[in-house]
Design a protein around this ligand. Structure first.
Ligand SMILES: [Zn+2]
Ligand SMILES: [Zn+2]
Length: 462
């Protein structure tokens, strides 16, 4: 029995781990590297194993950094089965088709740029295309439900547990038996926080002797959710009162649905104006919200109560759904509206048009509710740039800027330690999915276990 780490090793993206037992090869996640150009290049490097030799892929959740290389895997010969929750399968379908379109567009753009140069070099190829994504979707099979064991083959059994991170997200237990030896190997996937809207808290994990655990916020404690919601309402009320637009750059999965949930609550509790105009200007987020509506089995008790009372948790009286690009453009004439658009870090998507039309206005606001990596437009604005470049135009930043930190989808240090404590003193704990600084801090807090911080492609006997 062996485990090898082919991604998210001392790094947050590209999750991909390989288990070998009794000649069966099982991948846990096959994510895309994301961030700068170097990371993009990493996606084109060898997987570290032969995709055709993989029998199963167990997918923890539908974020791109966990599922984004699946079409490439199938393009390179993967013929196995992909096992995941029904909600994750639907979200992954949306995410992978969108990712294929972006890969195709980028290759086209690079070739267009090269066509103007004398030395054109080799034509750029997309990492994968729409057909690869469609082909890979054929391999998906739904698990029956959380906490129900599933035999992959004699001696290998898997069970998914609710990770409370995004809709359908799971921690995955593998029970392995080879030559009389038994191992219980638990993958945390990405772990959610307690007390958030829509999803239940992460389920108590099962006992394990080997734990592979995320460490994104291994060195940090989150701000509280309550004051963050209050700050969101206050930002909207002051801005709308002076007839300014509120721009909220948002991630399409989970964060946007949470925002709709809190806006609905704010209106119902009369903490926001009854006829607040909210424009959901992101085709991806609109489709994701429809997937959420279809997967009530993933909701927490509070969200169930809203459904049981005959209401839609994501519907508001003044909600406008904007799929069409021309309608999105027309929003430049609007005043006093809340505009939710992607991308969350303002690196692409429709939010950039809205920033160009609103950043220079004193009456407008931009509310950041998510993580902003270094070098992104979001980070420049958050750090107080007076002028920024948006869509080839210099724009003065006069709008009011809010950074609201309490909406994280990841467990913080305290919650990670609590979760680990419930796995029952595992012999070994492998930390993945984190920057080295965060891993070191978390490692110092874990007791009764040997902590490893594997390097890329490093493998260990279990
Ligand atoms: Zn995630
Ligand atoms: Zn992740």
């Amino acid at each position: 029995m062996r485990i090898a780490f082919h991604g998210a090793a001392r790094n947050v993206t590209g999750s991909c781990h390989l288990i070998e037992c009794r000649g069966t090869r099982i991948l846990i996640d096959c994510g895309l590297y994301q961030g700068n150009r170097e990371m993009d290049e990493e996606n084109r490097n060898d997987f570290g194993f032969d995709p055709a030799s993989i029998d199963y892929l167990l997918l923890t959740h539908g974020h791109l950094d966990h599922c984004g290389r699946i079409p490439l895997l199938s393009r390179l010969g993967f013929k196995g089965t992909i096992l995941t929750t029904s909600a994750t399968r639907e979200l992954a379908r949306l995410v992978l088709l969108d990712s294929a379109r972006i890969q195709e567009e980028e290759a086209r753009y690079r070739n267009y740029k090269a066509s103007k140069r004398r030395d054109r070099g080799a034509p750029a190829e997309p990492l994968y295309d729409t057909l690869d994504a469609l082909n890979s979707l054929d391999a998906f099979v739904d698990i029956a439900s959380f906490a129900q064991p599933h035999d992959l083959c004699p001696g290998i059994r898997t069970t998914f547990y609710d990770a409370g991170h995004i809709l359908g997200s799971a921690c995955i237990l593998l029970e392995l038996e080879e030559g009389g030896r038994q191992r219980r190997v638990l993958f945390s996937g990405d772990l959610g926080c307690d007390g958030r809207a829509i999803l239940p808290d992460p389920a108590p994990p099962p006992q394990a002797d080997t734990v592979i655990m995320e460490s994104t916020y291994g060195d940090r404690l989150h701000k509280q959710l309550g004051p963050s919601i209050e700050e969101l309402y206050q930002a909207i009320n002051t801005t709308v009162a002076r007839d300014g637009n509120v721009l909220i750059p948002s991630f399409a999965l989970e964060r946007t649905q949470e925002l709709l949930y809190y806006l609905r609550e704010g209106i119902e509790q009369q903490r926001l104006p009854r006829h607040l105009r909210v424009c959901l200007d992101s085709p991806m987020a609109i489709s994701a919200t429809q997937i959420f509506r279809r997967h009530r089995e993933c909701f927490d008790e509070e969200t169930w109560a809203v459904v049981a009372a005959g209401r839609d948790p994501f519907e508001l009286p003044g909600l406008e759904i904007i799929r069409d690009a021309s309608e999105s453009m027309a929003l430049k004439h609007s005043r006093g509206a809340v505009i939710i658009a992607g991308s969350g870090m303002c690196t692409g998507g429709r939010i950039r048009h809205h920033l160009r039309h609103n950043l220079w206005r004193r009456e407008a606001s931009v509310v950041f509710v998510g993580y902003a990596a270094g070098g992104t437009l979001a980070r420049q604005i958050i750090e107080g740039a007076e002028v920024v470049r948006v869509l080839q135009e210099e724009v003065e930043v006069n709008a009011e800027i809010y950074t609201i930190g309490g909406f994280s989808a990841h467990a913080d240090q305290r919650e990670l330690c609590k979760w680990h404590g419930r796995t029952g003193s595992p012999e070994r704990t492998f930390l993945v999915h984190g920057e080295e600084k965060a891993m070191q801090a978390l490692a110092g807090r874990l007791t009764g276990t040997t902590v490893e911080m594997p390097r890329l492609h490093e493998s260990f006997e279990l």
